[in-house]
Design a binder for this molecule. Structure first.
Ligand code: NDP
Ligand code: MN
Length: 395
């Protein structure tokens, strides 16, 4: 099991004509912070330290990092308490803290929500984040950022993206720019080994969806396909095991699954399941991102398999075979959802809630829907949303 070797070889293979791959500096392992801290020190003397609500404090990891900064004479501006589905208001608060602390760089210790917040602040110091998202302004500068991922999901420590919610418009949108690629991408197994089973299952399921959606895109190329498939292969080997035991081997496997899927996601994009999942989280933040995907992707997959041409069918078959549970991809995904115990009830949606999710998907997620490997119209989207969420029971 030398996933690091596989990763380096794959990056090398496609590096020549890809600027993004050349920017990556990825380290996965136990206590990777110790070997990489000299690189962190090169970034400056004042850091914005981004963390989540409580997990890192509870585990004593927050303090360990504060001590490390202190020992190395790096002054910390604390930006903590970052919650799931980060909002513009919270990003503005981060920008204020960063400006007050005159920070030279940003260090994120957390899951996708924390890393995305840090990324948004890294460019928000120089301009308005929502203007960047809406392309009313262009990103020209960013502060250097280190991302230490504490969950094996989202791939945010690898991608040039930050997903941000705007509570005024009830939209969840993606900021994209090569300046958002972290200078250092870390996945510290010493930290990910503490993730509780439900978070492993939901974040891991998100990784799987990144793999499935990128691999079945209409314009998926050889590089993105290879990274996506590698991620799905590692999901098969390590996701369920990682939920039920504490073996380091499975934690490492999931950290690499996240990296491979993150690269696939950065090279290409997602399509229908993620198109719908963003409006769901923007309106109902209590529904976890991976949990929402577990509700949506079986229906989108069934529709795409039944309508897709031979090439599309072949791709889904390949995914089913790689997952190893059933050659029918939708069935394989459903079986995995059951194994991971993601077939649990979520918030009961009223007719108005369903209409709102549908309206939002049409209003601002249509470009993602159009990347579907087979044509999908408004009625189809409505059907997927209604069938996925009409009961509070798993569909
Ligand atoms: P979050 O960052 O939202 O974290 C989920 C929960 O896990 C939190 O309650 C957190 O607790 C807890 N947690 C994190 N690490 C640990 C740990 N090591 N041990 C124990 N508990 C832990 O989850 P995700 O990583 O799934 O991020 C989701 C976000 O990422 C969404 O907003 C999604 O849209 C976005 N995303 C970003 C992408 C990108 O490319 N930028 C791609 C796809 C999704 P606490 O708060 O207490 O720390
Ligand atoms: Mn995702």
């Amino acid at each position: 099991m030398d996933y690091d070797k596989d990763l380096k070889e794959m990056i090398q293979k496609y590096n020549d004509n890809n600027e993004y791959l050349g920017m990556l500096d990825i380290h996965v392992g136990e206590n990777v912070i110790d070997e990489t801290f000299p690189q962190v020190m090169n970034l400056g003397k004042n850091v914005l330290f981004c963390t989540g609500k409580s997990a890192m404090k509870r585990l004593g990891i927050h303090k360990k990092y504060l001590d490390l900064f202190k020992k190395n004479k790096i002054k910390v501006a604390d930006y903590d308490g970052i919650t799931a589905n980060p909002t513009l208001e919270r990003i503005e608060e981060g920008v204020r803290i960063a400006k007050k602390g005159k920070v030279d760089f940003i260090f994120c210790l957390g899951g996708g929500s924390v890393i995305d917040s840090g990324k948004a602040v890294s460019v928000g110091i120089f301009g308005d984040v929502w203007d960047y998202i809406e392309k009313k302004d262009e990103i020209k500068r960013s502060l250097p950022l280190v991302a230490n991922s504490t969950t094996s999901g989202t791939g945010s420590h690898i991608t040039p993206y930050a997903v941000i919610s705007n509570s005024a418009t009830c939209e969840k949108k993606t900021l994209r720019h090569r300046l958002l690629v972290p200078k250092l991408s870390l996945a510290d197994i010493e930290i990910t080994k503490h993730v509780p089973p439900y978070v492993i299952a939901t974040t891991g399921f998100d990784v799987l969806c990144h793999g499935i959606e990128v691999y079945t895109l209409k314009d998926c190329d050889e590089a993105a396909a290879e990274f996506a498939l590698k991620a799905v292969e590692l999901i098969r080997k390590h996701l369920y095991n990682s939920c039920i035991n504490k073996s380091i081997e499975d934690k490492v496997g999931m950290a690499y699954a996240d990296v491979f899927a993150g690269i696939a996601l950065a090279l290409k994009k997602t399509h229908v399941a993620h198109a719908i999942s963003h409006p769901v989280s923007a309106r109902f933040p209590e529904i976890n991102h991976g949990q929402a995907l577990a509700y949506i992707i079986p229906k989108t997959t069934e529709m795409q398999v039944s309508r897709g041409d031979d090439e599309v069918k072949k791709r889904f078959q390949k995914l089913g075979a790689t997952l190893g549970i059933d050659s029918d991809c939708a069935k394989a995904v459903r079986k995995l959802i059951k194994q991971l115990k993601l077939d649990i009830p979520v918030r009961k949606m009223s007719e108005t809630d369903l209409q709102t999710i549908y309206g939002d998907t049409i209003r601002y997620r249509w470009p993602s829907v159009e990347r579907s490997p087979c044509p999908i119209n408004r009625e189809d989207i409505k059907k997927i949303i209604y069938e996925s969420f009409k009961d509070s029971q798993y569909p």
